[in-house]
Design a protein around this ligand. Structure first.
Ligand SMILES: [Cu+2]
Length: 109
């Protein structure tokens, strides 16, 4: 059975495809946002329900001041809250889906 990913930023690793989107779509410094993640295992097997998400600023060697809360929604969907980027610059999302780590950088003004 094909696994459909909703529209969003799509990231691929060897074994997993994910897409994520934020609400609001444009991340603003100092403003909280929500992140929705969908994950598909490439062999069509169900994705491990162990998903961790975080973000950091690689150039500054620090993370967020808050811990995100992840709520599994079933069928490889995850709702997370508590995101807040407190500085402008490059932030990198880190998505640990089972044993796979996927990252994506965004620039926040
Ligand atoms: Cu920083």
């Amino acid at each position: 059975m094909a696994c459909e990913l909703p529209p969003g930023v799509r990231i691929e690793s060897e074994r997993v495809s994910i897409s994520y989107s934020t609400v609001p779509a444009k991340i603003v410094v100092g403003q909280p946002f929500v992140l929705e993640l969908a994950a598909c295992a490439k062999q069509g097997a169900p994705v491990a329900d162990g998903v961790k998400m975080d973000a950091h600023m690689p150039e500054h060697r620090h993370g967020m001041n808050y811990r995100t809360k992840v709520v599994p929604q079933g069928a490889g969907r995850f709702h997370s809250e508590g995101w807040l980027f407190h500085m402008p610059g490059r932030w990198e999302f880190i998505f640990d889906v089972g044993a796979e780590r996927l990252t994506h950088s965004v620039r926040v003004e």
